[in-house]
Ligand binder design. Structure first.
Ligand code: GLY
Length: 381
């Protein structure tokens, strides 16, 4: 087992990997160029919704998401107990709302396979829909109620993970600036130099969990890392009465009622490079969808507007595993829309790889080497 690990990136994935590695007895240093959870993790609505986010088929990505959901009770309990902080986990269940009879056609096959995978989901008619969500528009014709989906308050989970990591002795280096060099030594070990760090940091292994910025590491590993940012614009409304009880999904947007009396509505998917500002167009679409599905929001101002950059890969699958020929380097990046949900399973897989154990789940679809033509791969073993 390695004695020491550097985790590059302090989003939900990096913090979770650091937490799990430290829980298993490793000495962990987390290096974050700016602030913890400052990007996609801080912007996220915190939905733990593998069924609503994967509606087509039970592929390996869905199975990864589901596995992670099943680990959430023990994971949240461990993080909250150690940190003494709440992640505001709300077991609300979710409702996918349909506005047209024609939308119902593909539902039976979705319900069939999702229930085979433990969704316990039900098709509900317009009357049941309004009983569960009384403030929904009259024009909604039916829905799928999925009871096991839930949500956390992502910024609080980040804070709780930080506190839990500190309790376990993780060294967290914030505002480290851009990483200048990751030197993977053929004889073993890794050295990381960053702009604002006075000293280089050395360890036995390194985990790259830099979200949308992960592509910057390809030059040091001879690895093609096609991770690119997809902006998610998101807004919230004052929601003191808690009128929206479940997570609600439509074909246009989703809504999540938080304990802080805010109803969060997300999210756009725009290509805007690394820009994180919101636009009238992006937020305007969310407002129009909100007014249509929840008429009580008509005329209400948004309370807050923000955006984050999701780390997307070319094939929609994360990069999760060891870099070929460089066993000291592990990738944990490209979780796109599901970083919060996938945080426990990613942390377990990464910690298993660090310990040299086989992963519980098949990782072929997530092989981080899959985009790199074989002649270009480095061989340090
Ligand atoms: N998981 C929701 C989103 O990425 O917008």
């Amino acid at each position: 087992m390695p004695q020491s690990v550097i985790v590059l990136g302090g989003g939900i994935i990096g913090l979770s990997c650091a937490f799990e590695a430290a829980r298993r007895g490793m000495r962990v240093t987390l290096i974050e160029p700016a602030a913890l959870g400052g990007q996609a993790s801080g912007a996220a609505a915190g939905m733990l919704a593998p069924y609503s986010e994967n509606t087509e088929q039970p592929d390996s990505f869905f199975q990864l998401c589901l596995h992670s959901l099943r680990h959430f009770p023990e994971w949240i309990a461990a993080v909250e107990e150690l940190s003494g902080l709440s992640a505001e986990w709300v077991r609300s269940g979710s409702i996918n709302v349909f506005m047209h009879e024609a939308d119902l056609l593909p539902i039976q096959s979705r319900l069939r396979w999702q229930n085979e995978w433990g969704a316990d989901a039900q098709l509900i008619d317009a009357a049941q829909l309004r009983m569960l969500e009384p403030r929904l528009a009259q024009s909604a014709v039916a829905g799928i109620f999925t009871p096991h989906e839930s949500h956390v308050y992502a910024p609080k989970l980040v804070t709780a993970l930080e506190a839990a990591c500190l309790k376990l002795g993780v060294t967290i280096l914030l505002q480290a600036g851009e990483v200048d060099e990751v030197a993977v030594h053929p004889s073993g070990g890794v050295t990381v130099r960053a702009k604002a760090l006075e000293q280089p940091v050395h360890a036995d292994r390194v985990v790259v969990s830099a979200g949308a910025w992960s592509g910057a590491y390809e030059r040091w590993f001879g690895l093609s890392i096609p991770v690119h940012p997809i902006r998610g614009q998101i807004c919230s409304f004052e929601h003191p009465g808690g009128e929206v009880r479940h997570m609600v999904f439509s074909s246009q947007a989703y809504w999540v009622g938080k304990r802080n009396n805010r109803l969060v509505c997300g999210a756009s998917e725009d290509v805007a490079g690394f820009q994180t500002h919101v636009t009238e167009r992006g937020i305007g679409r969310l407002i129009r969808s909100s007014n249509k599905l929840f008429p009580f929001l008509e005329g209400k101002e948004t309370a807050h507007r923000w955006a984050g950059l999701r780390p997307a890969t070319r094939d929609g699958q994360p990069l999760l595993g060891k870099v070929e020929g460089m066993p000291a380097v592990i990738m944990a990046a490209g979780h796109y829309r599901n970083g919060i949900l996938l945080s426990p399973v990613t942390a377990f897989i990464v910690a298993d790889l660090l310990e040299g154990k086989p992963s519980e789940l098949p990782l072929q679809s997530f092989d981080p080497n899959r985009f790199t033509p074989i002649p270009y791969r480095r061989r340090f073993v």
